[in-house]
Design a protein around this ligand. Structure first.
Ligand code: ZN
Length: 138
């Protein structure tokens, strides 16, 4: 596992949600993903992607990995991460919807316990009788 959100999540704790580790759960009929804005900022500054290699010319050390930006406002940074997450393409898809698509496909391929055990051939846009959740009111 690479350095980043997963590794720094538990390291930062305080009494507010700022230090809340990355969590994902189903609660009250919703899939909820949460991360404290300070944990997010920590994940960024400790990540590999945020550092680039800089040659020093020093024959012993050769160079260093350098971060060329600093996060001065973690809540604002988190807001801009949300904007990037929800940035719509022409077809209405977003990086977040891409993630949901991919990870839902993974759950199907892993044999989710929420799938009907029978084989199905369902036309596009139609539902099966066993998909009773599709008939109930939202
Ligand atoms: Zn079925």
């Amino acid at each position: 596992m690479e350095a980043g959100i997963g590794r720094t999540g538990a390291a930062v704790t305080n009494k507010t949600h700022y230090g809340r580790p990355l969590t994902a759960k189903v609660e009250n009929g919703q899939l909820v993903i949460a991360i404290g804005v300070h944990v997010l900022a920590h994940a960024v500054i400790y990540s590999d992607w945020s550092h680039e290699y800089e040659e020093s010319g020093d024959l012993t050390t050769h160079g260093e990995y350098i971060r060329t930006f600093a996060i001065s406002d973690a809540p604002q940074f988190a807001k801009d991460v949300v904007s990037a997450m929800l940035h719509e393409r022409e077809d209405g898809s977003t990086p977040l919807s891409d993630f949901i698509d991919k990870i839902s496909q993974a759950a199907v391929e892993d044999g989710s316990l929420g799938l009907c055990e029978e084989d199905h051939r369902i036309d596009h846009g139609k539902t099966s009788d066993c998909e009773t959740w599709a008939q109930v009111q939202r």
